[in-house]
Ligand binder design. Structure first.
Ligand SMILES: N[C@@H](CCC(=O)N[C@@H](CS)C(=O)NCC(=O)O)C(=O)O
Length: 213
């Protein structure tokens, strides 16, 4: 058994944040496939044995079980000694962007993509509302990246890994091209992609492509 086990599936940008961290750090890890699209996460078994919050990802390490990507990324930065921030003030900045990501960035992007690409049931008014929220959040991150290479300082941190979680999925899955619409974000994604060991989510985690019905 590998040192780290990650409950994940290929289409999860949340899981990708943590899988990418493990991969970039060269950690010994293995995926545990979660059959999200066949309803595994709401099952009593998943909630009682894996994660009471019914979410992916979950990390197992040394007898510990961790969930919430912000917690997992912080834990891994400590254990693996990479992508942390140097100092108290930058550390707070990293946390500030991870919280922003979880509330305003990943949450709207993931919901919009799920409805657009997988559920294919998005009510037009709901989609329009989410699109507006996404436009606002992308604009904030793009402006922030106009004059700095990474989210906090000049080196990548777990804040970058958190915010980029959904952004490498194909534009068709969103119905718009994030990097093209927001060039500073496109350039930043290029810098993340250039990190040694970078792997696309669909190659890093199990479950892609989805079986055709
Ligand atoms: N804030 C959580 C979000 C995790 C999350 O929403 N994961 C999705 C898969 S990408 C999930 O498991 N959703 C199940 C649900 O919302 O019921 C984190 O950062 O880990």
């Amino acid at each position: 058994m590998a040192e780290y086990q990650l409950y994940c599936f290929a289409q999860s940008g949340n899981a990708y944040k943590t899988a990418l961290m493990l991969e970039l750090c060269g950690a010994a890890w293995e995926p545990v496939f979660v059959d999200f699209f066949n309803g595994e996460t709401p099952t009593p078994h998943y909630r009682s044995q894996v994660n009471e919050m019914g979410e992916v990802p979950v990390l197992l390490h040394g007898g510990k079980k961790l969930s919430q990507t912000g917690v997992i990324l912080t834990y891994l930065a400590g254990k693996l000694g990479r992508f942390a921030s140097a100092g108290e003030d930058p550390g707070r900045e990293v946390l500030r962007w991870i919280l922003f990501d979880n509330h305003k960035f990943t949450s709207y992007l993931a919901t919009y993509r799920f409805l657009h690409a997988f559920a294919k049931t998005g009510d037009p008014a709901v989609m329009e509302f989410l699109r507006g929220r996404i436009r606002g959040a992308l604009g904030i991150v793009a402006k922030h990246l106009e004059d700095q290479p990474f989210i906090v300082g000049d080196k990548p941190t777990i804040a970058d890994l958190s915010l980029c979680g959904y952004l490498f999925f194909p534009p068709e899955e969103f119905g718009f091209d994030i990097g093209a619409e927001h060039p500073p974000i496109g350039a930043w994604l290029g810098r993340i992609k250039a990190l040694p060991g970078w792997v696309h989510p669909y190659e890093l985690m199990p479950g892609h492509p989805l079986p055709t019905k």
